[in-house]
Design a protein around this ligand. Structure first.
Ligand SMILES: CC(C)(COP(=O)(O)OP(=O)(O)OC[C@H]1O[C@@H](n2cnc3c(N)ncnc32)[C@H](O)[C@@H]1OP(=O)(O)O)[C@@H](O)C(=O)NCCC(=O)NCCS
Length: 189
């Protein structure tokens, strides 16, 4: 599937967001599976049903294939200029009629948690969505107790739109809400 809207790379002085492709898919899937298998990363991601039982190469490849073939989604690998893998971020469910899309970010490489790379990736992703893609609205969902992520989103101007009650079953079998947050192009600085 040719996606005319896909850039070769989105970058700033520190990091690159590189779209996954047929050429890179094997290496990209391997990196995700390697880090998703780390015990700390696994704990952080356990509440996503996709990662609940750990990641497998087959399932990750199947997911990436689907993304590459999708007209309205894409995943970027977040990495240093050296090529070192940091994580992934994505544009999903792009609505070309109403000009909105959903984003997601995961810094898989725990050696670089809380060093500004989530913020930096979000900045690049929003710039691309509002700039090149001409979107009017970007939204996401976050676990209601993910204070770190919510802090970053609010710093950018995301607003809380609503609550999906008891969306995830988490540690100890309790349920937790999912927040939907969004930012409009007019709010993007
Ligand atoms: C959430 C995630 C993307 C953040 O990326 P990161 O690179 O670790 O975060 P950053 O270093 O960019 O941001 C750190 C900011 O959070 C703040 N912060 C750190 N811990 C915090 C906490 N417990 N509560 C609130 N804010 C916190 C820091 O002070 C800093 O804020 P500042 O920039 O205003 O000083 C990353 O941790 C991750 O991938 N986590 C697992 C997957 C996930 O939860 N993805 C998001 C799904 S919604």
């Amino acid at each position: 599937m040719e996606k005319a809207w896909l850039p070769e790379i989105i970058s700033n002085e520190n990091i690159n967001l590189r779209p996954i492709s047929w050429k890179s898919i094997a290496q990209d899937a391997e990196n995700v599976v390697k880090w998703a298998g780390d015990s700390d990363v696994r704990d952080a991601l356990r509440y996503f049903s996709f990662f609940h039982n750990g990641a497998t190469l087959d399932r990750q490849l199947e997911y990436f294939c689907k993304i590459i073939e999708s007209r309205n989604d894409h995943i970027f690998v977040i990495g240093f200029k050296s090529g070192e893998f940091l994580g992934t971020c994505g544009l999903h469910d792009i609505d070309w009629v109403n000009n909105n899309l959903r984003i997601g970010i995961i810094i898989f490489n725990k050696n670089y948690w809380r060093q500004g790379y989530g913020t930096s990736s979000l900045n690049l992703l929003l710039g691309f969505a509002f700039g090149k893609l001409g979107m009017n609205k970007v939204y996401l969902t976050a676990r209601a107790d993910n204070d770190l992520a919510i802090h970053i989103y609010e710093k950018f101007g995301f607003k809380r739109e609503g609550v999906m009650r008891d969306e995830y079953r988490v540690e100890g079998g309790r349920y937790i809400d999912l927040l939907r947050m969004s930012i409009l192009k007019s709010e993007w600085k």
